[in-house]
Design a protein around this ligand. Structure first.
Ligand SMILES: Nc1nc2c(ncn2[C@@H]2O[C@H](COP(=O)(O)OP(=O)(O)OP(=O)(O)O)[C@@H](O)[C@H]2O)c(=O)[nH]1
Ligand SMILES: [Mg+2]
Length: 315
């Protein structure tokens, strides 16, 4: 482990290790097994919100404030599958270049995978590696407000939801699901008209749901492109972390994180087995023939296969 621990401190080696994890290359599980026992110390912050809200700009300013305090920071930017053109990603990289010479800052993008639950399996494992590498903060940027993003930010300690004035009716659509997972609201692009209206609208929505909650979800106005409001944001992030540590919430969050991770790993294992198993080549051909001839039905066959996998594991 000593050598792996040392490798994790070397940014170039860390990059190679993460690629191994991301692509599920030979030996990736052994690395993860070791990393797991050294993880659990980083503060993990999820940054989500609609496309173009300024998440990357905000992340970049936040790195600045956290570095001034002497903290080390890793960023995991999760690229949506739709942006294979690379425009947005390249844009992110350019802004993040400010930190390319800083050994205490590591920035990485992870591509969305098509496979069942694949995005989250890889993202969650990369977080484990970054955590074992000893970063004080891990900032996870996800684009969009869909179920995948919600799942990823569920794996974080503090969730920042970045909104901007001018969303109009969209905020109503956002209410379902995503509003509840925000620990801190960020009203970015506050240099634009309508930011106070947006703050009031969020306040109103919160007033409907916040009764009896111990954490008063703060709303922070920022102008990320001018580093305004970022210090206040970092103060609120720390307050939230202290809050979850002062009660059993952090344990609850970690349990939920492990529950999601564990289920996804089981699913991934089954998926791999199926890919290499009876749904391949000749075996699959036979199975399909038998459905066509009505010799058996696919419902029973699927059930039997799942059961046989489980039995095989138990033996
Ligand atoms: N006026 C103004 N523009 C901003 C502010 N913050 C970011 N921007 C600009 O908004 C644009 C989008 O910023 P990004 O940081 O790339 O936004 P993002 O949310 O990361 O975008 P995606 O990752 O593509 O979803 C850029 O042109 C920024 O310069 C702000 O506070 N005010
Ligand atoms: Mg971005």
């Amino acid at each position: 482990m000593i050598s792996l621990q040392e490798d994790l401190k070397d940014i170039r080696k860390l990059s190679r290790i993460i690629t191994t994890i991301e692509n599920r290359q030979k030996g990736y599980k052994d690395i993860l097994r070791k990393c797991f026992y050294h993880s659990g110390k980083s503060k993990i912050i999820g940054i989500t919100g609609p496309p173009g809200a300024g998440k990357s700009t905000l992340t970049s300013s936040l790195i600045g404030v956290l570095r001034e305090e002497g903290s080390s920071v890793a960023v995991l930017a999760i690229d949506p599958s739709s942006s294979f053109s690379g425009g947005a990603i390249l844009g992110d990289r350019i802004r993040m270049l400010d930190y390319s010479l800083d050994e205490k800052v590591y920035i990485r993008s992870a591509a969305t995978r098509g496979a069942m639950g694949g995005l989250c399996v890889a993202a969650s494992d990369i977080i484990t590696v970054l955590d074992a590498a000893g970063f004080d903060y891990i900032l996870v940027e996800t684009v969009g407000v869909g179920q995948d993003e919600i799942d990823v930010v569920k794996e974080t300690d503090t969730v920042l939801l970045v909104l901007v004035p001018g969303l109009g009716d969209d905020i109503q659509a956002l209410k379902a699901g995503i509003m509840e997972i925000a620990d801190i609201f960020v009203v970015n692009k506050s240099d634009r008209e309508g930011s106070d209206n947006l703050v009031r609208e969020i306040e109103y929505i919160l007033s409907l749901t916040e009764h009896g909650k111990k954490w008063n979800t703060p709303i922070i106005k920022t102008v990320a492109s001018k580093n305004e409001g970022i210090k206040e944001l970092s103060i609120q992030i720390k307050k939230h972390f202290d809050f979850i540590c002062s009660n059993s919430l952090i344990l609850q969050k970690r349990k939920e994180r492990f529950s999601l991770k564990f289920k996804r790993l089981v699913l991934e294992g089954l998926e791999t087995k199926i890919k290499n198993g009876p749904l391949k080549g000749e075996e699959e051909e036979k199975l399909l023939e038998s459905f066509i001839k009505k010799e058996q039905d696919p419902y029973t066959a699927a059930e039997e296969i799942v059961e046989s996998f489980i039995l095989e594991e138990l033996q």
